[in-house]
Design a protein around this ligand. Structure first.
Ligand SMILES: [Zn+2]
Length: 286
């Protein structure tokens, strides 16, 4: 509905891993990989989420460890796909938390797409989420005054044929999920509406090393949330009803290339919960 686009041109999706955060979990530290996604259709390059700040900044502000992030990690990830920031026409933000909406200054000529309610939530966060909404990010969004530099959307929208946005208040008040049509089917880039597979399949041994039988037929909801557990469950169900696979933001096992890799549930629980210290790496931020 927005621009001229060939109808039903299937998209491809590449997951970009921009670094990791080490988060307290059950007395230890859990490694959480940070992903955003490159969605390519005929002549259109869309970035879904723009990643986190460089780890030094995150460390100073949030007191958590990790590696990667910032302009460097995002530039490197895009370059590995033969692209630079100027090749991105749209940056679609699932929500405005610090680990998903940084680095917008790399894209002065792109159109940033976010739910209007999410921007309001970032301007005036619920108290428990103040720490996740960085003023620098909110400011960066508000300063996008050039024509077509910012598009605020309200509710569900078929942004391009085969690229749909679902508004799913849950983790945040204006959370949105991109449902992308590929040759293999529809992939929902669910970000933090269930940021690991275990949230989507909490009773399934393929998805988690710690299945919970009491959650069979239901979902696991996160502790950082702006709506009731019941509303969150309904939001996840609506995504499942409108897609073929879900792709979480912080799971090591997500497909890196779609539709070439295509699965609803991972084949192994390796990486479900990864502990620090991480194994040796060749190059940081890869
Ligand atoms: Zn996140």
């Amino acid at each position: 509905m927005v621009e001229m686009m060939p109808t039903h041109e299937p998209f491809t999706i590449t997951s970009l891993r921009l670094g990791e955060l080490y988060l307290p979990h059950g007395g230890g530290l859990m490694r959480d990989p940070m992903h955003c996604w490159l969605v390519r259709g005929k002549g259109i390059n869309i970035l879904v989420d723009s990643g986190m700040a460089d780890i030094a900044t995150v460390q100073a502000r949030m007191n958590v460890g990790g590696f990667g992030g910032g302009h460097a990690a995002l530039r490197t990830a895009l370059a590995s796909e033969g692209l630079g920031p100027d090749d991105i026409q749209y940056v679609v933000l699932t929500h405005l938390h610090f680990d998903h909406a940084e680095n917008l200054d790399l894209f002065p000529n792109a159109c940033v797409v976010v739910q209007r309610d999410e921007l309001f939530a970032a301007v005036d966060p619920v108290p428990s989420q103040r720490i996740y909404y960085w003023r620098s990010i909110t400011q960066g969004v508000l300063e996008r005054k050039r024509p077509n530099a910012l598009r605020l959307v309200d509710g569900d929208v078929e942004f391009f044929p085969g690229f749909q946005l679902l508004k799913v208040p849950s983790h945040t008040e204006g959370m949105q999920v991109a449902v992308v049509t590929t040759k293999a089917g529809r992939a929902a880039l669910v970000s933090d509406l269930g940021d690991h597979y275990r949230y989507w399949f909490p009773a399934d041994r393929r998805a988690t090393a710690h299945p919970q039988r009491s959650l069979a037929g239901a979902f696991l909801t996160g502790s950082i949330r702006s709506s009731s557990e019941r509303d969150w469950q309904a939001a996840m169900q609506r995504v499942v009803d409108n897609s073929d696979i879900v792709v979480p933001a912080h799971d090591f096992r997500i497909p890196m290339r779609m539709p070439e890799q295509w699965f609803a549930i991972p084949e192994s629980t390796d990486g479900d919960l990864a502990q620090v210290p991480p194994p040796a790496r060749d190059n940081a931020g890869a």
